[in-house]
Design a protein around this ligand. Structure first.
Ligand code: PEP
Ligand code: MG
Length: 452
């Protein structure tokens, strides 16, 4: 709750880097309820509306009007903010019984998404009509999934133009310049950005499928989970090709796969120069906060370092260090890490409460590790020093900013069974592992002065 409270200031703001560069932080959604929640969480738009959810768990496809009701409600909730509707992405592993799709040996390499549109023309016509009608109500955009080639994009443009003509002839309202974009989730697209850019208005990277196809690792197969990582350096190089390609040819590019929801990856998004990222909405305030901690130039430098890494683990360690560097330099002690009248009167709970205070104040991103480090120290001998005082402490790489946290329990309690005096003052000293060797002396000096 305290972290959420700290982040609320970010929810209502547009995402900006520390040097003021804008990047749009949007949400992924699959229903009107999720769209409403997303805007409440601070989404600046909807970067991926997965329309296939409307087609699943039923016995026939939704009619044009049924779909329009959902798309129109979404546009009303968006109040002028952009919404990217992705056309139907089913088949492969996302089966829909009424379509009667055949069993396949390699469903992910088979008959799915845009590849099955020609066989279901009426159904796709109805979806495109419903989407174009919704475009009269705000900034609706249409995005085509699983594009592998220029040929498919050309075919979709012809298709959409035909629907527009039909709507025009029937005097149905729609926005004739509705933006049309494609998902970048098949690696072949990365190599023909120059040919695709003139045919589309935008690109959005689907990192889930793109990782799967690029690394040849089934995204749903637990046996190969260890090989599936969107932090693989070769994959990051592919992303750079895509973003550079889009920008060189004057198109904006976003990201809507799971990678877009990874908070530590924020500096990579800045380095890549993504125009938008779209993620599950609960992560939006934290993503905006992380973006605000880096300049665009920081992002470029961090991306360059990660592109030179050899393993995804190295990339993640580098990103963790980059995040940590932003949390360093807080004052040793301040009001946010002082707890008075705590209801906890148990050593384990008190230690956790203090570690949580450090976490909520942004002094560590890994409270579990800090807690464990405190307990490792506690095992050597008790830190209850008598006179009602306990001074648990640790030195850990998970502590980003050395701190003196303080807790006074409402009820004094025994630090260790058998102690004579109950503890009424707990002082947690946490020292950053990378701090100068005399850091602990600085802390003890400060603490002594405070205690006097
Ligand atoms: C993706 O592949 O990254 C993506 C966003 O689409 P989905 O996860 O729905 O396949
Ligand atoms: Mg996909």
């Amino acid at each position: 709750e305290r972290i959420a409270q700290r982040l609320t200031v970010h929810a209502g703001r547009g995402a900006r880097t520390a040097d003021g560069k804008r990047i749009e932080v949007a949400a992924n959604a699959a229903s009107v309820e999720e769209v409403e929640k997303a805007f409440h969480d601070g989404a600046e738009g909807i970067g991926l509306f997965r329309t296939e959810m409307l087609f699943m768990d039923r016995s026939a496809p939704p009619t044009e009007d049924e779909q329009f009701a959902v798309y129109a409600a979404t546009m009303r909730a968006a109040k002028g903010r952009p919404v990217i509707f992705r056309t139907l992405d089913i088949g492969g592993d996302k089966g829909v019984e009424y379509l009667g799709l055949p069993e396949e040996e390699n469903p992910f390499l088979g008959y799915r998404a845009v590849r099955l549109y020609p066989a279901f023309q009426e159904m796709i016509d109805a979806q495109l009509r419903a989407l174009l009608r919704a475009s009269a109500l705000g900034k609706a955009k249409i995005m085509i999934p699983m594009i592998a080639s220029v040929t498919e994009v050309r075919a979709m443009r012809v298709w959409i133009d035909r629907i527009k003509e039909e709507l025009g002839a029937a005097k149905v309202a729609f926005n004739p310049s509705t933006e049309i974009g494609i998902m970048v989730e098949i690696p072949s697209v990365a190599f023909v950005m120059d040919q695709l850019a003139p045919l589309v208005d935008f690109f959005s990277i689907g990192s889930n499928d793109l990782t799967q196809y690029f690394l040849a690792v089934d995204r749903g197969n637990p046996k190969v989970r260890g090989l599936y990582s969107s932090f693989t350096p070769s994959f990051l190089r592919l992303l750079k090709m895509i973003t550079d390609g889009a920008h060189r040819h004057g198109r904006w590019v976003g990201m809507c796969g799971e990678l877009g929801g990874k908070i530590p990856a924020a500096p990579l998004f800045l380095g890549l120069g993504l125009d938008e990222i779209s993620l599950a909405s609960p992560g939006i305030p934290a993503m905006k906060e992380r973006i605000s901690q880096f300049t665009a130039a920081d992002g470029e430098a961090i991306l360059a370092q990660t592109l030179a890494c050899e393993t995804p683990e190295d990339v993640e360690a580098m990103l963790a260090a980059a995040a940590g560097s932003r949390l360093a330099g807080k004052p040793l002690i301040d009001g946010n890490i002082i707890v008075l009248g705590s209801e906890n009167s148990d050593k384990a709970l008190v230690i956790r409460e203090l570690v949580n205070a450090l976490h909520a104040d942004g002094r560590t991103t890994d409270p579990d590790e800090v807690e464990e480090a405190v307990w490792r120290r506690e095992e050597t001998f008790s830190t209850g020093i008598g006179f009602g005082v306990a001074i648990p402490h640790c030195k850990s790489a998970a502590v980003m900013s050395s701190s003196i946290a303080f807790l006074r329990p409402a009820k004094p309690f025994l630090w260790v069974e058998g102690d004579e005096d109950p503890v009424n003052m707990v002082i947690l000293l946490t020292i950053n592992d990378a701090a100068p060797g005399d850091e602990h002396l600085r802390i003890i000096a400060k603490l002594s002065r405070k205690l006097m």
